[in-house]
Design a protein around this ligand. Structure first.
Ligand SMILES: Nc1ncnc2c1ncn2[C@@H]1O[C@H](COP(=O)(O)OP(=O)(O)OP(=O)(O)O)[C@@H](O)[C@H]1O
Length: 234
């Protein structure tokens, strides 16, 4: 059998992202983010520190005047307008509730039998409206569809929330498999589930994006107040 060629590696970089909130609080100011094919990057930070805002700014619908987003060194801002470059799971539901799950998959150019192969509970419900799935199932289905969409990069805002351990295990496998084809950025507060998936870690702290030691982030996360003092690593 002929071997499949490995995917071409790409680098997506973002900087120049400065966001001020009404009232003058600077939410994001010193940002340099680098994503690349084959790497799962994790984005951590306290509630309200600006993680979702940063993802929206990188994806592009949140316009930031001096933002620079570059694919392999070439300016691609807003990134979402470039076909096949990037997709994004927001914190809020993505798919229209009235659409059937199977139709939603086909709208996204994804074969549901492939995307949901590890999840028979989703495969059995392809004809049902998305809105009839439980909150966790809906989130899982949306995440799987974006992972399987043929984009070079995928941004996922809290994809692990509300999942049972067995689903987390399966989704972890899917995330690892997707990283063979694309570059990923995940935020999540489920630190224990997120950390084993990530080869790169960032902490958003007081508007600055700090690169962490992905092999041993706990001391830095305690120092910056993301983890409680005395936290025992899993
Ligand atoms: N357009 C806006 N106008 C006013 N405030 C905003 C606007 N957009 C974001 N914010 C505020 O910016 C802060 C950061 O929000 P964001 O959702 O990016 O944080 P987060 O790190 O993703 O939080 P969480 O971990 O709780 O999801 C919040 O206090 C939010 O209310």
């Amino acid at each position: 059998m002929a071997k499949l060629a490995p995917p071409t590696a790409h680098i997506l970089e973002a900087d120049g992202i400065r966001v001020e909130l009404p009232g003058g609080r600077t939410l994001l100011s010193s940002i340099y983010l680098k994503l690349e094919t084959g790497v799962v990057a994790g984005l951590l930070g306290r509630n309200g520190c600006g993680k979702s805002t940063l993802l929206q700014a990188v994806f592009g619908p949140r316009t930031v005047p001096d933002a620079s987003v570059r694919l392999d060194g070439r300016y691609v801002y807003p990134a979402y307008r470039r076909p096949g470059l990037i997709n994004y799971l927001p914190q809020t539901p993505l798919l229209p509730a009235a659409l059937s799950l199977g139709t939603a998959a086909r709208w996204l150019a994804v074969e549901p039998a492939v995307a949901f192969a590890r999840f028979p509970g989703l495969l059995a419900r392809l004809r049902e409206p998305v809105g009839r799935l439980s909150g966790g199932q809906q989130r899982l289905a949306e995440t799987l569809l974006l992972l399987h969409q043929p984009t070079q990069f995928t941004l996922l805002d809290e994809p692990l929330a509300h999942l049972a351990p067995v689903q987390l295990e399966g989704l972890g496998e899917e995330i690892r498999a997707a990283a063979q084809r694309k570059g990923l950025l995940l935020t999540d507060h489920d630190y224990r589930a997120l950390l084993p998936l990530c080869q790169r870690l960032y902490l958003l702290n007081e508007g600055r994006l700090l690169p962490l030691d992905a092999a041993q982030p706990t001391p830095q996360l305690i120092e910056y107040g993301y983890l409680p003092g005395g936290y025992a690593a899993p």
